[in-house]
Each structure stands twice: as C-alpha cells, then as structure tokens.
Design a protein around this ligand. Structure first.
Ligand SMILES: Cc1cc2nc3c(=O)[nH]c(=O)nc-3n(C[C@H](O)[C@H](O)[C@H](O)COP(=O)(O)OP(=O)(O)OC[C@H]3O[C@@H](n4cnc5c(N)ncnc54)[C@H](O)[C@@H]3O)c2cc1C
Ligand SMILES: NC(=O)c1ccc[n+]([C@@H]2O[C@H](COP(=O)([O-])OP(=O)(O)OC[C@H]3O[C@@H](n4cnc5c(N)ncnc54)[C@H](O)[C@@H]3O)[C@@H](O)[C@H]2O)c1
Length: 443
C-alpha cells in the first residue's frame, strides 16, 4: 500500500509558474505546499533552455569580438575556442542557479518531491521515484506545470540563436528550413536582415527544403538527404544535428483523463482565461497550458494564479490570458525585440496605422560599439485613431532592452508623444527611442 500525504497545494513539474507559486503560497499564506519534479530542479529555463543558451551565446559573442579585435586596436592573434571551457562556464552558472533554487525551496518551506508524477484520480497523483518506490500525493489545489519537449524526441532542442553561436564557436553550421524563409512570424524586412547577417558570418541556409532521409548518428556522423525546389543540393554530411522544429506539450502520459482534465487538439491542457482546467481546483500553467512558449509568460501565469489563490482574482477582472502583452526577444546578435502588432499582421487584419522607422545608426550609441552594431532598425506602429502605440519591433544591439518603456506606454495607452518628450540619457541606446517616436507621420 503506497504512503499518502495531503497538501494544500501540489504542483506537478517545477517549471516557472509552479515553483514561484509554491514559494509564494507557502510563505505568504502559510500553506503546506509540495512540488513534484522528475529531473530538472526549477524546470527547463535554468537547466537546459533560456539561461544556459544565453551563457553559451555570450561566450560566442566574446569569441566573435575577439576575432574582430583589430578594429578595437587589439594586435594579438586569437586562436581556436576551447569548447570545454565554454561548457564549464555554462555548467558552473547552472550549478549556481540550482543552489539558488534549493535555497528558495528551503527558505520558503516548500517540499520537493523527486519523481515522475501522474494522476491516478481527482487531485490525486502517484509519484514514482528513481528507485521505483511509489507514493500517493493529494491536495486541495493542484497546478500542472509539466512544460514541453522538442517535437522530435531524443534530440537537442535549439533555435536560430544557437546556429549563430555554434558558428562563432567554430562549427560549420547549415540551417535547413522547410518554409521559404526563417522566422516566419516576423516581418520580412526583419527576418531577411538577420539571415543576411548570419550568412555573412558563414552560416549556410537552405530554405524551402525538406529532409527526406537521415542516416548515421548525431555526435558522430550524419548524412541528410534533402529535397529542394531547385534540387541544387541533394545531400549534406555533418557530425551533429540540432532539431529546432517546434515543441510539443508534456501532457500525454500523466493520467489527465483519470483526473477529468481535458486537452485541446494540439495536446495542450484546456484552460480558461484564468488558467483553470476542466477539473475543479486544478490549474495549468506554462508551455503545457498553451501559454506562449516563453519563461516570462509562465511567470505571468503565476501572477494570475497568485491572485486567485489569495482571493483577489474574480472573473471579469482585467488580468486575462487572451488580452495580455506577449513581448519577446530573440537573442541573436543583433537581437530582435518585439511587442504588439507586427506590420504584416496589421495589414492582414486591416488595422490602420502610421509607421515610424529609424535605422540603428541613428541610435548614436551603436556607433560607439563594434562595426556591425549600426546595422538594423526600429519601427513602431501608431494608431490612426489616436496616438497610442499598436506595435514595436527592433533589430539591433541589445534590442530587448528597449521593450519595457514601450510596453509600459502601450499597457497604459499613453500617446507616443509621451515617449518622444521623455528626457533620455545620452548616449544610451534607449535614447534612439525618442528620435524614433519623433518620426511618426502626422495623420
Ligand atoms: C534552447 C531554448 C532556449 C530558450 N530560450 C528562451 C529565452 O531566452 N527566453 C524565454 O522566455 N524562453 C525561452 N525558451 C522557452 C522557455 O524555456 C520555455 O517556454 C519555458 O522554460 C517553459 O516553462 P514551463 O514552466 O512551462 O515548463 P518547464 O520549465 O519545462 O518545466 C516543466 C518541468 O516539469 C517536469 N516534468 C514534466 N513532466 C513531469 C512529470 N510527469 N513528473 C514530474 N515532473 C515532470 C520537467 O522535468 C520540467 O522540469 C527557450 C527554450 C529552449 C528549448
Ligand atoms: N529567445 C527566446 O525567447 C526563445 C529562444 C528559444 C526558444 N524559444 C521558444 O521555444 C520555442 C521552440 O523553438 P524552436 O526553435 O524549436 O521552434 P520554432 O517553432 O521557433 O521554429 C521551428 C522552425 O522549424 C521549421 N520546421 C519545422 N519542421 C521542419 C522540418 N521537418 N524541416 C525543416 N524545417 C522545419 C518551421 O518552419 C519553423 O521555422 C519557440 O517558439 C520559442 O517560443 C524562445
């Protein structure tokens, strides 16, 4: 007979919303909380996704700048990158993050239950530990936060950010994309510029290309057979494959049906505007709940749940999943930052807008940086009805850092003139925003 323990709150998976909600609920409401995790303390972000990849990207940036060192007056020759050191730096950062997580669990009095969890009944989860031991956990409130995985199993998740980083760290990189161009959600001028820059760095692209056969073993030797409209290339040889073909939610093997938790046709857990599932007192958050696949959206799911659990959130209040902002940053060099409507989306939806566009070399700070930093641009879509900002996109150095001020103006429906009139420190990159919003055509 399995041991059974009852909690006020149990989270299945220790992803972004789950860990923060458990820490918050235990410390502020003095509730008994537990988090079930099978392998990665704190979820993907600190272990294998956002932070490790950005650590690697930073090493790649340093290698790139060092190779370009003559423009800064460096005279010594830069040799090859020691990938062992790059990995060690990343591993040490991850270790520090995991120590931080352990401390947060301890200080907030949240129990961490190691093992694979699956529902065996309503708000009843069976946990199987690594040694095969089983226990039953029940709770008044359950949060499912099991994340997602790369669509092709057993391969490494990845993205265009890593294509550039791996090239800068010394690999020969070829990107195979089945669509006519990379980053299909971005405006064409943004995606085309990034592809042009990556090609200049030596990344090879095959767009409108399908893989028809894969032979060999990634990490050793692989041969890909390709089909392209022009048939200019039919096969490719390499040592590693990195799959970045999208992600699928971790919802299939966790007994959701036994707990009356329904899923959508895409396999995500069906939730309402406030992260409630179809089962009473069971919530879902993050990738598995179909929130946009970003850590900060998981964190926003936490805010919705925090308000419900502390009795603040009632239906009809403004904080809802469907109306919230979804800001994003692609951490290539240059970065691509975005919030709100894109130009092609506004056109497709028939939304009237005025366009302000400013090249990155007018963000004067970019001229103080490496040569490539002046490439790129920022653009803003302004309503024709009033002076509110409908959307903002920038491709340029540290472009992600532009977002908060623009987001705040959008969230509070401020007129763009509030930004163009702001005293912005010279010479920060953000100073360019003033000039961008000075460039809005009059109605
Ligand atoms: C390479 C890469 C880079 C990325 N970079 C960024 C970035 O820069 N910025 C950004 O915002 N987003 C980024 N993302 C996306 C981001 O990582 C995810 O959207 C986010 O981590 C999802 O968080 P989550 O809380 O939904 O799930 P996760 O963080 O994946 O947490 C789910 C947890 O549940 C556990 N689990 C699953 N099933 C069970 C079970 N049955 N029993 C017990 N435990 C279980 C898993 O082990 C995992 O720890 C990146 C993704 C990848 C792959
Ligand atoms: N900086 C960030 O915030 C960040 C970084 C990395 C990942 N992420 C998140 O992780 C998610 C997953 O990233 P991803 O890169 O795996 O997926 P993605 O959905 O961003 O891109 C997948 C690409 O692969 C192409 N594709 C799919 N199947 C293919 C095939 N068989 N052959 C050739 N091309 C194919 C698609 O057309 C698409 O362009 C992203 O959507 C994003 O939300 C965020």
């Amino acid at each position: 007979m399995s041991e059974s323990t009852h909690y006020d709150l149990v989270c299945l998976g220790s992803g972004e919303a789950a860990k923060v909600l458990a820490w918050h609920h235990a410390s502020t409401q003095k509730k008994r909380c537990a988090v079930i995790e099978r392998s990665m303390l704190g979820g993907s972000c600190p272990n294998v996704a956002c932070l490790p990849s950005k650590n690697l990207l930073y090493s790649a940036k340093v290698a790139h700048l060092a190779r370009e060192g003559t423009q800064f007056g460096l005279t010594s020759h830069v040799g090859e990158v020691d990938y062992g050191v790059v990995k060690k730096r990343k591993d040490e950062m991850v270790k520090g993050l995991l120590d931080l997580h352990r401390r947060m669990f301890e200080e907030n009095g949240v129990e961490l239950i190691w093992g694979e969890g699956k529902f065996v009944g309503e708000r009843t989860i069976e946990v199987t530990s690594a040694d095969g031991g089983k226990r039953i956990v029940t709770a008044d409130i359950v949060l499912v936060n099991t994340g997602s995985r790369a669509k092709i199993p057993n391969n490494i998740p990845g993205l265009i950010e890593l294509a550039q980083a791996m090239k800068r760290l010394g690999a020969q990189v070829t990107v195979i994309e089945r669509g006519p161009r990379i980053l299909k959600n971005e405006d064409a001028d943004v995606a085309d510029l990034l592809q042009e820059i990556l090609m200049e760095e030596g990344v090879v692209f095959h767009t409108s290309t399908t893989i028809t056969r894969i032979q060999g073993h990634s990490g050793d030797e692989v041969v890909l057979n390709l089909s392209t409209p022009s048939s200019e290339i039919t096969s490719l040889e390499g040592t590693h494959i990195l799959t970045a073909t999208g992600r699928t939610p971790n919802t299939s093997l966790i007994g959701l049906d036994l707990a009356n938790i329904q899923t959508t046709p895409s396999g995500h857990i069906l939730v309402d505007e406030h992260n409630r599932t179809t089962a009473p007192h069971v919530y879902a958050a993050g990738d598995c709940a179909g929130s946009p696949y970003f850590t900060h959206m998981g964190l926003d799911d936490f805010r919705i749940l925090r308000d419900i659990l502390s009795g603040k959130q009632v239906d009809g209040e403004e904080k809802m999943r469907s109306t919230r902002q979804v800001p994003s940053s692609l951490f290539t060099d240059p970065e691509i930052a975005h919030v709100g409507l894109r130009e092609h989306e506004a056109k497709a939806q028939g939304v009237g807008f005025r366009l302000a566009r400013l090249p990155m070399d007018m963000f004067l700070r970019s001229r103080t940086m490496e040569k490539g930093a002046t490439r790129g641009f920022a653009k803003a879509l302004i309503s024709v009805e009033d002076d509110t900002i409908l959307g903002f996109t920038a491709i340029g150095p540290h472009a992600g850092e532009f977002l908060p001020v623009v987001q705040l103006a959008m969230e509070k429906q401020l007129p763009y003139t509030d930004l163009s009139d702001l005293i912005l420190v010279h010479p920060t990159l953000n100073e360019g925003l003033g000039m961008l919003f000075d460039n809005v055509p009059s109605t």
